[in-house]
Design a protein around this ligand. Structure first.
Ligand SMILES: *Cc1c(COP(=O)(O)O)cnc(C)c1O
Length: 366
């Protein structure tokens, strides 16, 4: 007789709605304009691509399981101790490791209501309960977060600047958040877009993570370095946290090609400056053009904008469809409780002009 018994996943796993990435295909377009995943407009440095090609004959070797050269390059670039860095297969990997190490069943993981959607997924994966804290003006709210901390709170996540809102809290507010948390609560500062921020009241989290044993900063090569396909992320924290992560991570969690590309990317400082300068021209340009069309934008400091459609969710959805029919892919953000908005990545000049022209036409017909 066939049994109805079957393996059951851990509690909470089936409550997870799988992460939905940015759309990559537009029917009828071989090379659509892709503005849905916040990949740097100019693509990776030619030096990185050369390093990748040069490595082809060596891929039969296992990588360095400690990403030594990559951590040393990061240490030198940021003026921090390489022994306090852990690398991973994207910062997603690092975020999952941190969550599983420091939260479990019965524990709570706090994040902003419009915060990056990986945090509740990571919390549920660990068996913990994600708690979405209300925000103010689509910005992380330090007071509301501190007020929501209980004995069950194990981790607070903040993406700074945040995806998909693009907003950030300044250095003083970040410090106030850390100072207000119990020392037993881990504060994870996800600085995926740090390199794009040009404000002098911004702190990526390096200062706090250097000083405070309950602070970890995570970073990625997927955004300004345009290496999303390579899967490279890292975090910086206390020796104790690094020791914990090194016990549970996969032994070879960063491929040899990824390590080499990461080092080459860090060394090409000119390419990073160029990417930031491009963003500093085209984000303000796109913001002005979309506002002139009647959309409302958040004050993004990252490499994307978040635009609200005056007629709400159905209009944002219709705009998304219209853009896709014209070979332009942007991001819906309904899962972030922002159905009346679309997120648009800063791309190349022709891509920016194309999205504005298409939206102008869409709104004329609307
Ligand atoms: C894109 C993104 C990441 C993920 O980066 P990977 O290194 O590609 O995993 C992490 N945090 C935020 C806020 C992001 O937008």
């Amino acid at each position: 007789m066939a049994s109805t018994q079957r393996p059951a996943p851990q509690p909470g796993i089936l409550d997870i709605a799988p992460y939905v990435g940015g759309e990559a295909k537009a029917p009828g377009f071989e090379r659509p304009i892709r503005l849905a995943s916040n990949e740097s407009a100019l693509g990776p440095s030619p030096k990185v691509i050369a390093a990748y090609h040069a490595h082809a004959d060596e891929i039969f070797r296992y990588p360095d399981g400690h990403s030594t050269a990559l951590r040393e390059a990061l240490g030198k670039r940021h003026g921090i101790d390489p022994a306090r860095i852990v690398c991973g297969g994207g910062s997603d990997d690092v975020i999952n490791l941190l969550t599983s190490a420091y939260a479990g069943p019965g524990d709570e993981v706090l994040y902003g209501r419009h915060g990056f959607s990986l945090y509740p997924i990571a919390a549920r994966t660990a068996g913990a309960t994600p708690i979405a804290v209300p925000e103010k003006d689509l910005t992380f709210d330090v007071d509301a977060t501190l007020a929501r901390v209980t004995a069950k709170t194990k981790i607070v996540f903040i993406a700074n600047p945040n995806n998909p809102t693009g907003t950030f809290i300044p250095r003083d507010e970040l410090k106030r958040l850390q100072a207000g948390l119990p020392k037993s609560v881990l504060l994870v500062i996800d600085a995926a877009y740090a390199e794009f921020v040009v404000r002098n009241d911004y702190e990526s989290g390096i200062e706090l993570a250097t000083r405070e044993p309950n602070v970890v900063m995570t970073r990625t090569f997927s955004k300004i370095y345009a290496l999303g396909g390579m899967r490279i992320g890292w975090c910086y924290g206390s020796a104790e946290i690094v020791d914990v992560l090194n016990r549970i991570r996969a032994p070879f969690n960063v491929s040899s090609a990824a390590q080499l590309c990461g080092v080459a990317a860090i060394e090409d400082v000119v390419a990073v400056d160029r990417a930031r300068e491009h963003n500093d021209i085209w984000r303000p340009w796109l913001t002005r053009e979309l506002e002139a069309l009647g959309l409302t934008l958040t004050r993004s400091v990252a490499n994307f904008v978040l635009a609200r459609f005056p007629k709400g969710g159905p209009q944002a959805d219709a705009a998304w469809d219209y853009l896709r029919q014209h070979g332009i892919l942007v991001r819906k953000v309904g899962v972030y409780h922002l159905p009346e908005y679309l997120r648009i990545t800063i791309g190349k000049e022709y891509e920016m002009r194309a999205v504005v022209d298409a939206l102008r036409e869409f709104l004329r017909q609307a």
